[in-house]
Design a protein around this ligand. Structure first.
Ligand code: F6P
Length: 320
């Protein structure tokens, strides 16, 4: 394979730049040419490609976001958009494509392989950690650390005012950001899409902790359950304390990637291009038990994400 393309798609995630850097540098190592596709599949459809070399990815591993920009592209769902995307790849003589994004982005990669014969490799770039085939997705660690920082700060002011904080975090349908943030910050309660909850019990727990001498309460709510504001409204009607809702929002998608995300990005980017170089197609890379692994794309996206109930039990046992 002489020439490959590289794109980021869907919600950005810290560590994407580290993966881009590793993919480009690995391609240079194998003597392959690389084109960066701007704005994800939208740039593929609109022919927005830029040649990349080792120098184009200098000093980017420490930066959040994605230098290639990203988009959620509905046009790729239509035949016309798909034809245009494939025509752009043909025009540039690109035989292999690395797609960094979540499960929706992987479906675009699969379509290009199956319908147009383009070799594609997916890298799981999303803060949500919602893919079963990999222990961690790129960006999850940084996003959780950002949430931890926010909750630690909130705790100071909540304690001064003796309030109840309801903190909404992202994750789409997955509660991992909420679970890990709750465990790391010592939140009283974590409300997740994967586990049932009883609002009356949560209110009773607040009373119990106050009676035991606590001056504030932190409740983490995953966006997949409901908004933080809606949850705060429900709690407000059940307790006598002042309740405030905070939505960490898109702040959790930005910022300098952590060591974990930089190293993961480097390892995944390297493996993705090494697979393309070896003639693989229609695969995704990930990490399991600290080993870089790869799976067939369909096998990977059809695995149902398992809920870490042991971690949840641990949280419940030690939150008092
Ligand atoms: O998939 C990443 C994610 O940040 C989700 O956690 C969230 O639901 C969604 O993207 C937000 O998307 P947007 O940036 O389009 O508002």
């Amino acid at each position: 394979m002489k020439r490959i393309g590289l794109l980021t798609s869907g919600g950005d995630a810290p560590g994407m730049n580290a993966a881009i850097r590793a993919a480009v540098r690995t391609a240079v190592h194998y003597g392959m040419e690389v084109y960066g596709v701007m704005r994800g599949y939208a740039g593929l459809i609109d022919d927005e490609l830029v040649p990349m070399d080792a120098g184009s990815v200098s000093n980017i591993a420490s930066r959040g976001g994605t230098i290639l920009r990203t988009a959620r592209c509905l046009e790729l769902l239509e035949k016309e958009g798909q034809d245009k995307a494939a025509a752009t790849l043909r025009k540039y003589g690109i035989e292999g494509l690395v797609v960094i994004g979540g499960d929706g982005s992987f479906m675009g990669a699969k379509m290009l392989t199956e319908q147009y014969g383009v070799s594609t490799i997916g890298i799981p770039g999303t803060i949500d950690n919602d893919l079963e085939y990999t222990d961690y997705t790129l960006g999850f660690d940084t996003a959780v650390n950002t949430c931890i920082d926010a909750v630690d700060k909130l705790r100071d002011t909540m304690e001064s005012h003796e309030r109840v904080a309801v903190v909404e975090v992202m994750g789409r349908h997955c509660g991992d950001i909420a679970l890990y943030t709750g465990l790391a910050t010592g939140a009283d309660t974590v409300v997740l899409p994967e586990a049932p909850y009883d609002i009356g019990e949560i209110a009773a727990r607040i009373e119990k902790t106050r009676a035991a001498g606590k001056h504030c309460n932190i409740i983490i709510v995953a966006e997949g359950v409901m908004s933080g504001e809606a949850f705060a409204e429900r709690i407000r009607s059940l307790v006598k304390y002042d309740v405030r809702a905070t939505n960490i929002g898109h702040i959790q998608r930005g910022g300098m990637p952590t060591m974990a995300d930089r190293v993961l990005g480097a390892r995944l980017g390297n493996r993705a291009v090494t697979l393309l170089h070896g003639g693989a197609a229609n695969r995704v890379v990930g990490i399991r038990k600290n080993e870089i692994v790869d799976f067939d794309i369909i096998e990977a996206v059809s695995m149902k994400k398992r809920f870490d109930s042991k971690l949840y039990e641990t949280l419940q046992t030690i939150s008092m």
